[in-house]
Design a protein around this ligand. Structure first.
Ligand code: UD1
Length: 364
């Protein structure tokens, strides 16, 4: 249990679930890099299902590196968010003011094969977290959502009023949609809840230092890490999924966003909690508003890396849409946020990380 008058003696803390993962670790870095965030302690909960920890180390590699770079401490708990008792103890031990919830499974193809695992981790886990938050009187939440909730775009760019939940192609996508619906219900049930659901477009790149980045286990599912591994020689060639879409060059168009911009979006979101008039559920797109095709990304990566990226065209991937990109006006209005980094920066930083660490955090 919390000691008596805990709030008066313990520093306020932000709980980051999944904080050792790709977007989670960059967000932790972004918070600790900023002097205005020093008022908060950072508490990370992660089950390490998609994060690397070297033998003999207590903390996963990205968190250890962030501590080294910022000189600040991160409280780390290896825990699955479905462990209610464990979560309860963490909430009792820290003065948690708000939660940024990243912890989830995210491989789209795998979710089609293992729907129960995805619903268990992403929905049961999320409900358990919300129960513990409510039990401890913590009602402020930033949720890691995805543009996947929009399904097949009815119009472009996608703004937040676009219908969600229609024609979703995977259990992963549905789990993000269901969680949003659960959070809307929570907000209706009790006005104390303040939820910001950040709908990410395609996060890519790495911290500009090249010391932390994306480290997918196995063969990458997503485009940018795949290209980076071809460029560094780990993979033979990129397979381009579809060259007959009605787009600029026939390949799929997406709104790629630098992971540091995305991380800064979370920092801005937390600031909204200071406004007592801000309440209820808010979905906000985080994207640049500009779409690039697969071949445009390949060309930009070749320029940034000076390496050739071998590729061949193949059939479309099931569930892929031709094009999607964000209307990012709400983020500008509500968060005073806009993406500052362009495609050349994303490719430069992805390459910087990949070329320094061909085997990801195993090289750290
Ligand atoms: C995918 C997920 C999305 C998730 C997002 C997280 C699907 C259908 N969607 O988005 O739900 O939120 O990742 O970042 O998986 N491509 C290739 N070759 C490859 C890999 C990708 O040509 O080896 C193409 C794809 O067809 C697509 C583009 O590159 O046109 C981007 O693909 P990807 O990085 O996987 O992201 P999304 O599919 O947009």
């Amino acid at each position: 249990m919390k000691p008596q008058n805990a709030e008066s003696i313990m520093a306020p803390a932000i709980l980051v679930t999944g904080g050792a993962g790709y977007v989670g670790s960059h967000t932790v870095m972004s918070m600790l890099e900023r002097s205005e965030s020093v008022e908060f302690e950072i508490v990370v909960v992660d089950n390490l299902s998609n994060a690397y920890r070297s033998e003999g180390q207590k903390k996963p590699a990205p968190l250890r590196i962030i501590e080294e770079m910022t000189g600040k401490n991160i409280h780390f708990y290896e825990l699955d968010i479905r462990d209610k008792e464990g979560l309860d103890k963490i909430f009792a031990a820290h003065n948690i003011e708000c939660v940024i919830h990243f912890a989830a499974l995210k491989a789209v193809g795998e979710s089609v094969e293992k729907p129960l695992e995805y619903y268990q981790a992403n929905i049961s886990g999320t409900c358990t977290l919300f129960e513990v938050m409510r039990d401890h009187g913590v009602y402020k939440l930033v949720y890691s959502s995805s543009c996947t909730v929009y399904g097949e775009p009815e119009k472009l760019p996608l703004d937040e009023s676009h219908p969600t939940g229609r024609g979703l192609a995977s259990p992963y996508g549905r789990s993000k949609y269901f969680c949003e619906e659960i959070m809307k219900d929570l907000c209706k049930s009790d006005p104390k809840w303040v939820v910001i659901s950040l709908r990410y477009f395609n996060p890519v790149g790495a911290h500009h230092s090249g010391r932390i980045g994306e480290d997918p286990t196995g063969i990458p599912n997503n485009l940018m890490p795949f290209i980076a591994q071809v460029a560094v020689g780990r993979l033979k060639e990129l397979v381009v999924f579809g060259d007959d879409y009605p787009t600029i060059d026939g390949t799929g168009v997406r709104d790629y966003i630098h992971v540091e911009d995305l991380a800064e979006g979370h920092v801005k979101a937390i600031k909204l909690f200071k406004d007592p008039a801000f309440s209820g559920f808010h979905a906000i797109n985080l994207g640049t508003g500009t779409g690039y095709s697969v071949l445009q990304v390949v060309a930009a990566f070749e320029r940034a890396s000076g390496r050739r990226v071998a590729r061949r065209a193949a059939a479309r991937r099931a569930g892929d849409v031709a094009a999607n990109y964000a209307d990012a006006a709400r983020a500008r209005r509500l968060l005073a946020w806009r993406a500052a980094r362009g495609l050349p920066d994303m490719c430069r930083d992805a390459w910087n990380w990949q070329s320094r660490h061909p085997h990801g955090f195993r090289d750290c």
